[in-house]
Design a binder for this molecule. Structure first.
Ligand code: GAP
Length: 516
């Protein structure tokens, strides 16, 4: 993982140290770009999925959920275009034997030039101080204009080569601009060739090509082929949606940046079936709705932005990404795509079965158009945890040594909602009382009982896994039945009765908070 920012390194280390994410098969030195979620990671991931499912399925009368199989009839992938066109351009370095995506090498080159512009602007800003006019400088500085010219020259050639799938031209760009292997600096490249990203396997009872199966590279096709089953069995009327959460597999050539680009990952996708001609209205609706969903979780607005696709896929008439500012820069977090009637029409063509809907309002049969929202669950996890992890001075303490790592997760998605801690672990009465409270709260929430260290140490550990509330059972409890509840972010402590404690916790960690 080259060029990691310090924060990113910290996020990766934190995920491992606190049981959020482990490298898959670590005892065998791991499997590249495959990861396992540990105890806190799986809780957090489940909560993110629940938040998505609740807002997309349970809170929309006209959206229903399914859980389709990972294996699908091989014709599915012919129809969807994945067999012929789900390719990345790859290039090998002959010296290092390392494999790269040619498009990413070129984009990396452009990012480097952009970096020079940013550096130049920062220098000028320092020099001219309050007299600095950034807009004017960007528009007039000869140095900046030279760099901008270089970027548009490369990007122009690159966009044309990508849309024409011209591999020779991609290679020529790499040669002409002397783009080197980022690891070794070598420019000894092979030709660029297309590489299909689908994993394949074989059906047990059919030999050869006919028995070839693919692991689905997106969950969406399980929705498309079930469109009529679902519509008929749920009597939904257009517009309506079908949602699904499930695994997807892509044999990514360059799989770096931790769980950002994985070979096995999870998607949360929703296909919204609409009347042809109304797709842009729904595209705008979902664009807004999905951004609100992200903001409600507490992600700062400045870390989220829309990015319209420059090159539309042949089946789309509009597409954008919701990008998030990961520790390594703004990258795609979610895609919103207006996919026209491409997928249903293709399945109709290859299966010979009608994929039409009778619309009583217009008295017509038609193949519906589709607006899709598609988000990677793991990418959402990375966005959430990298935004939440903060190293800060412990509130109210001046000693610079008193810093803490805290995961400032929204309480509704925190892996553990409440930690119950006896003030003294060798006092049987306190231990028993704390365990009773833990049992009681566990009926409704994921809680923890912990007496393995001093209270200060236990608080730090709960901060690091993002537990919003710690309940301390002290000697006063034995007299009046009260406990203290400590807030993770403010460190304020309230003394409350057990009934109040249950009410406070129920209210503050409820997923309802995300929809108010
Ligand atoms: N059905 C449309 C579709 O699959 P996509 O833009 O290829 O569109 C949608 O993928 C989302 O899936 C992305 O925005 C990203 O969050 C996630 N995703 C895609 N490839 C991924 C990978 N290799 N690892 C992790 N997440 C990935």
């Amino acid at each position: 993982m080259a060029q990691q920012s310090d924060h990113f390194k910290k996020v990766v280390a934190h995920c491992k140290e606190y049981g959020f994410i482990y490298q898959s098969s670590e005892v065998y030195d791991g499997l590249a770009a495959v990861y396992d979620y540990g105890p806190y990671g799986s809780e957090l991931k489940n909560n993110l999925k629940q938040y998505w499912w609740k807002s997309m399925v349970q809170m929309h009368e006209n959206i229903v959920g399914i859980d389709a199989a990972i294996f699908m009839h091989p014709k599915t992938w012919k129809a969807s275009g994945h067999v012929d066109a789900f390719n990345d351009p790859l290039i090998d370095n002959k010296d290092t034997k390392r494999r790269y995506r040619a498009d990413q090498l070129i984009e990396g080159y452009v990012e480097k030039i952009q970096g020079k512009i940013d550096k130049d602007v920062a220098k000028a800003e320092k020099r001219f101080k309050e007299n600095f006019d950034k807009e004017k400088y960007l528009a007039e500085s000869p140095k900046v204009l030279k760099y901008k010219g270089q970027i548009s020259e490369v990007m122009d050639r690159f966009t044309k080569a990508m849309s024409a799938e011209n591999m020779e031209e991609l290679k020529a760009i790499i040669d002409d601009y002397e783009i080197a292997d980022p690891e070794s600096g070598s420019r000894n490249w092979t030709d660029v060739r297309m590489f299909n990203l689908m994993f394949s396997t074989q059906l047990g009872n059919i030999a050869g090509e006919e028995g070839k199966l693919y692991l689905r590279p997106e969950t969406a096709q399980g929705i498309f082929v079930n469109f009529l089953n679902v519509q008929k069995t749920t009597r939904q009327k257009i517009p309506f949606g079908i949602a699904q959460i499930g695994k997807a597999f892509r044999n990514e050539i360059v799989a770096r940046q931790f769980i950002f680009r994985m070979r096995e990952f999870e998607q949360m996708e929703m296909q919204f079936f609409v009347r042809p001609g109304e797709e842009m209205k729904w595209y705008e609706y979902w664009k807004e709705a999905r951004m609100k969903w992200h903001l409600a979780l507490g992600h700062p607005a400045e870390k989220l932005r829309y990015h319209d696709h420059d090159n539309l896929a042949h089946y789309a008439n509009a597409a954008l990404d919701i990008e998030f500012e990961f520790p390594f820069g703004f990258r795609e977090l979610e895609g919103i795509h207006s996919r026209t009637d491409f997928d249903l029409s293709r399945h109709q063509e290859l299966s010979g079965k009608k994929m039409q809907y009778f619309d009583p309002e217009v008295d017509k049969n038609y193949v519906p158009y589709v607006v899709e929202t598609s988000i990677g669950c793991d990418r959402m996890f990375l966005a959430t945890i990298s935004n939440a992890l903060v190293e800060e001075q412990v509130p109210g303490q001046d000693d610079p040594k008193n810093v803490r790592d805290v995961l400032k997760l929204h309480p509704a998605i925190a892996p553990v909602k409440v930690a119950v801690l006896p003030l003294k672990r060798n006092d049987e009465r306190l231990v028993k009382a704390a365990k009773d409270i833990y049992q009681r709260l566990s009926l409704s929430h994921n809680c923890q009982y912990d007496d393995t260290g001093s209270i200060g140490k236990l608080y730090r550990r709960q901060d690091a896994i993002g537990t919003p509330f710690c309940v301390t059972v002290d000697f006063e409890h034995l007299d009046d039945g009260t406990v203290t509840i400590r807030d993770r972010d403010t460190l304020s402590q309230e003394r409350v009765s057990i009934e109040e404690l249950e009410r406070i916790v129920d209210e503050r960690v409820n997923m309802r908070q995300l929809f108010l």
